[in-house]
Design a protein around this ligand. Structure first.
Ligand SMILES: Nc1nc2c(c(=O)[nH]1)N[C@H]1C(S)=C(S)[C@@H](COP(=O)(O)O)O[C@H]1N2
Ligand SMILES: [Mo]
Length: 315
């Protein structure tokens, strides 16, 4: 908490961070309230505690940002329990410092580094993305992170690297939801190499210009904005380049409902519900549901990755 208070005012100047001044001011109240301050993870990662000011991020459709309060109190993070409030209530137990992340497998130059070293190696940027959960709700989140492709280039993937597997932390003493074996811990995810190399794919280390809150996956999590939220794995400890398609935690749990691709697609329903519309968190429950967009609105950027694929089959 003390570190957050030291962030100079210049770094929370709206012009430096957000392109929608009204939204920013609305959200600023939350950032400055003392309860919200304690929301951001307190770390000794020097670089993380003094995030630089950002270039203006592109906000598809100039949508209203979801409030910090909603982003940090309505979460999916089964390591801390299955209800939306569990991560907010229990993630504080997790120790995120020290933390190292290793990039290994089919690479010429494997790397193991902590988050501080990572963001000195690759400059961080802000990206405002929609996050669409497979359950039918969505948020608009101003992330801070690095493009995953910059990191992957540093390790020089070999010709055998066709997929990228991501592995979360397993530490049941601090992740109390792991005492329950409802999922096969640790949580894992995967991307095809070209999806991982796509410029929209980032590793996030912050949000709203501050260190990532623990319930959102501190100290480092994936964000793949055109895919359902469960692909965006939190608390990453390992990134492995592999030859075969990894089987993710959710595929193991229920392969009929959760596929490897998990591209947001209003035309392909989940077996138990429609994916045509979504509820934007923070809007009134009476507000009409929004139409879900193909690839979550990132069709122009990513449709070419799936040219000629049957998206009903590869869901
Ligand atoms: N390790 C881990 N990562 C995870 C999850 C999880 O349970 N464990 N839940 C996923 C799901 S289903 C969603 S919708 C997003 C939610 O991210 P948020 O809580 O930051 O909005 O995180 C994803 N990443
Ligand atoms: Mo989700």
């Amino acid at each position: 908490m003390t570190n957050i208070k030291k962030i100079p005012a210049s770094e929370i100047t709206p012009e430096h961070i957000y392109n929608d001044r009204r939204n920013f001011i609305k959200n600023l109240g939350l950032i400055l309230s003392s309860s919200a301050l304690s929301t951001f993870a307190n770390t000794s990662f020097g670089a993380l505690n003094s995030l630089p000011s950002f270039a203006q991020a592109k906000n598809h459709g100039n949508e209203k940002l979801t409030s910090l309060k909603d982003i940090t109190s309505y979460n999916n993070y089964y390591e801390f329990g299955t209800s939306k409030s569990d991560p907010h209530d229990h993630a504080d137990l997790l120790k995120i410092d020290p933390w190292s992340i290793s990039i290994e497998g089919s690479v010429a130059k494997p790397l193991k580094l902590d988050v501080d070293e990572l963001i000195k190696l690759i400059p961080i940027e802000e990206r405002i993305y929609r996050l669409r959960c497979v359950e039918g709700w969505s948020m608009v989140i101003p992330w801070v992170g690095i493009p995953l492709n910059s990191l992957l280039k540093k390790v020089s993937p070999t010709g055998n690297a066709k997929y990228v597997e991501f592995v979360s932390l397993k530490r049941p003493s601090e992740m109390i939801g792991q005492k329950d074996d409802m999922l096969d811990w640790p949580y894992t995810e995967g991307l095809r190499l070209d999806e991982a190399m796509h410029p929209l794919t980032i590793l996030a280390v912050g949000l709203y210009g501050k260190v990532l809150p623990k319930q959102n996956g501190a100290p480092i999590r994936l964000v793949v904005p055109w895919k359902y939220g469960f692909k965006s794995i939190k608390a990453i400890t390992k990134i492995r380049l592999v030859e075969k398609m990894p089987v993710s935690t959710w595929m193991k749990a229920n392969s009929k409902e959760y596929g490897f691709y998990a591209n947001v697609n209003p035309e392909v329903d989940h077996p138990r519900w429609s994916q045509a519309t979504e509820r934007r968190i923070g809007e009134s429950l009476l507000a009409p549901r929004l139409k879900t967009e193909m690839f979550n609105g990132y069709q122009k950027e990513v449709a070419h990755l799936y040219q000629g694929m049957d998206l009903n089959r590869y869901f």
